[in-house]
Design a protein around this ligand. Structure first.
Ligand SMILES: Nc1ncnc2c1ncn2[C@@H]1O[C@H](COP(=O)(O)OP(=O)(O)O)[C@@H](O)[C@H]1O
Ligand SMILES: O=P(O)(O)OC[C@H]1O[C@](O)(COP(=O)(O)O)[C@@H](O)[C@@H]1O
Ligand SMILES: [Mg+2]
Length: 465
């Protein structure tokens, strides 16, 4: 169909009913049917003006479609159901009496810019929007539930936390003991649990939620997805990611300056990215200084036709310098392991990596010595690791963290449980927690963005012919 006829067709298109499948969210009333409802205290707030039909309150029938891009040339609407999620936001009726709420907040896993903003906004939101007065911080990750006393939190205490990197509550890996955690939740009398963490944390949160249901406790659990690597699926992107990309760019700029300022200079930057190359990819695309971007989602090799060394040889001849950016999880298969060297795991069970940056640095030097002995050459290796995540969130991420925190509060107050809040197509949605805990988000090397990267760098595709 040509463009004009599609235009004509769209001008008068009637869409027949779309086949939508709404992702059901667990609610406390699923297993505690007698719970009383309360009017949302925002109804009496001086700051929020709302009437019944101004759209301020979100109803259970307000949904967000997962897929918003369609092919109108005959495939829409299809018989395959379109997934939909509940829209986040305040509900007119809530399932908690704010005076009875005892909220617990915990941060788990690695750091990410914006953690303190989420904590701050959970505290301020619970306190100011709903009038909750019992809010507790759990120290140092999951183990804090059973191994230390909680920290009472209030808006005064947290007022400037968004200006600090890291997490004031502290975090840790490992220490997940389901029975001890749920026992502690029960004994301490928490009835709202806010768990901020990545895929591992969310898998633990699903178990906590299941155990709470099993014990029929009046406790709602929500997850707030945190990952500097942006490797959690379904949501548009994770908080802190943009900030990390900005920081990564500083390292790339420095590598570029160093490389440009030496004959045959190579700038080599290693960035975070355990299983995904999102930070590396976005930092490369936004810097425009990178000659080759290496990520875990695609293999690469050094020697021979179409390899990295041949490519660098050409770039150095053409430009006199080159910049390589590599994600920490890339190239793990090509680094030789010494003897019985095993891949170690951290306390959470995540595989440790061989150092791709240090290995490339040494291989590049060996290559030059072998093939270009006597010619000037330098590699400047920059490994900013923790510098890209141990910073405060930028303005965009701060705003994002605030909306996430408030959305999580509204959802829990409405009696939803076992859910995660996150943006889908730019709108905040409530998503079943077990779905997010298992959804990955690799870089798609078949899509337009990766093709764009390849066109910007003109790097090899590393497909051996
Ligand atoms: N499959 C799992 N089941 C229960 N708890 C888990 C699981 N995976 C990780 N955890 C716990 O979640 C916390 C954070 O996990 P980790 O993988 O370190 O970070 P992240 O949540 O950022 O992925 C740790 O306390 C860890 O013990
Ligand atoms: O903090 P650690 O244990 O040194 O871990 C570093 C890892 O943490 C990350 O920043 C993020 O990992 P998580 O999302 O699992 O917390 C990875 O990019 C990196 O490999
Ligand atoms: Mg993880």
């Amino acid at each position: 169909m040509n463009t004009d006829s599609i235009q004509d067709q769209l001008e008068s298109l009637t869409i027949s009913p779309i086949n939508v499948k709404l992702k059901r969210l667990p609610r406390l009333t699923d297993y505690l049917p007698g719970l009383q409802t309360h009017t949302n205290p925002l109804q009496h707030s001086n700051f929020y003006h709302h009437s019944d039909n101004d759209g301020f309150y979100i109803t259970h029938s307000d949904v967000i479609l997962r897929q918003i891009v369609f092919d109108f040339s005959g495939h829409f609407p299809s018989s395959t159901p379109h997934l939909a999620y509940h829209n986040a936001g305040p509900r007119k009726e809530i399932l908690f009496d704010p005076k009875q709420v005892r909220a617990a907040i915990v941060t788990c896993g690695g750091l990410c810019p914006g953690l303190n903003t989420v904590i701050r906004e959970l505290v301020v939101g619970l306190w100011e929007l709903y009038g909750v007065r019992e809010i507790f911080g759990i120290k140092a990750g999951y183990r804090g539930f059973y191994s230390s006393d909680p920290i009472p939190l209030d808006p005064k205490l947290v007022h400037n936390w968004h200006k600090r990197g890291g997490t004031v509550l502290e975090t840790s890996r490992g220490g997940f003991d389901l029975k001890k955690i749920v026992d502690a939740i029960e004994t301490r009398g928490y009835n709202q649990v806010y768990i901020i963490g990545g895929d591992g944390t969310l898998r633990g949160a699903v178990q906590i939620f299941n155990e709470i249901q099993h014990r029929k406790l009046n406790v709602a659990v929500t997850g707030i997805p945190k990952t500097v690597d942006n490797d959690v699926g379904i949501i548009d992107r994770s908080f802190g990611f943009q900030t990390a990309v900005e920081m990564a760019q500083q390292a790339i700029s420095a590598a570029h300056v160093e490389a440009e300022s030496s004959p045959n200079g190579i700038g080599l930057v290693k960035l975070m990215g355990r299983n995904t190359g999102h930070i590396t990819l976005d930092a490369t695309l936004s810097s425009c200084d990178v000659d080759c971007c290496l990520i875990p989602e695609t293999d690469f090799y050094l020697e021979g036709k179409g390899g990295l060394l041949e490519f660098l040889d050409l770039r150095l001849k053409e430009n006199g310098h080159a910049v390589i950016v590599v994600a920490e999880g890339a190239g793990q298969d090509i680094i030789p392991r010494i003897g019985s060297q095993k891949q170690e795991r951290d306390e959470s069970g995540n595989l440790g990596f061989l150092d791709i940056g240090a290995w490339l640095n040494s291989e590049l030097k060996k290559w030059w010595e072998r093939d270009h002995k006597g010619e000037l050459f330098t590699v400047k290796y920059i490994d900013p690791t923790y510098m890209i995540r141990a910073v405060t969130a930028n303005a965009t991420d701060n705003l994002y963290c605030t909306l996430l925190a408030h959305s999580a509060i509204h959802g829990i107050m409405a009696g939803y449980t076992g859910f995660v809040t996150g943006p889908i197509n730019g709108n905040y949605a409530y998503i079943p927690m077990d779905e997010v805990a298992h959804a990955k988000s690799p870089v798609n090397t078949k899509d337009h963005k990766w093709a764009w990267l390849r066109s910007v760098t003109a790097q090899p595709d590393f497909q051996r012919t």
